[in-house]
Design a protein around this ligand. Structure first.
Ligand code: ZN
Length: 136
């Protein structure tokens, strides 16, 4: 018997992020006043307090800022994925995102390497943005 992985709890203002992921797009909020990108989704800009915020489809490209390889875990739905990589990705748009690095040799991962978004279906309801090394 396999245990189901937990699904994200989605605030109403974050819904467009998940709708975009379901369509294979990475979407971020951008402030109309200061033009800075925002992540995670919010109701007001954390930089200037502006409330005029739009959703933009972005490149999905960035660099690996930091990561850890999970090789050991308490019994959970994630056991079958081990070893898996939990990483902070610094997107070209200037925001950081916590995700997983997939489709990779974990021993070859290095900070600052280029990564790009890829999408993994979690369930009938959710597709998760994940990242993989850019093949050169
Ligand atoms: Zn702003």
């Amino acid at each position: 018997m396999s245990i189901a992985k937990p699904e994200p709890v989605v605030a109403p203002w974050a819904r467009p992020f998940w709708d975009a992921a379901a369509e294979g797009r990475l979407a971020l909020q951008q402030c109309e006043s200061c033009e800075k990108y925002i992540f995670y989704p919010r109701v007001a800009c954390p930089h200037c307090g502006g409330e005029q915020i739009s959703w933009r489809t972005v490149s999905g490209r960035g660099t690996l800022y930091s990561f850890t390889i999970v090789e050991n875990n308490a019994p959970s739905a994630f056991i079958a994925d081990m070893p898996f990589v939990v990483a902070v990705i610094r997107l070209k748009e200037g925001v950081q995102m916590l995700s997983n690095i997939v489709d990779c040799d974990v021993a070859a991962l290095r900070c600052d390497m280029e990564v790009e978004v890829t999408f993994e279906r979690l369930s009938d309801n959710f597709v998760l943005p994940k990242f993989r090394p850019v093949s050169s």
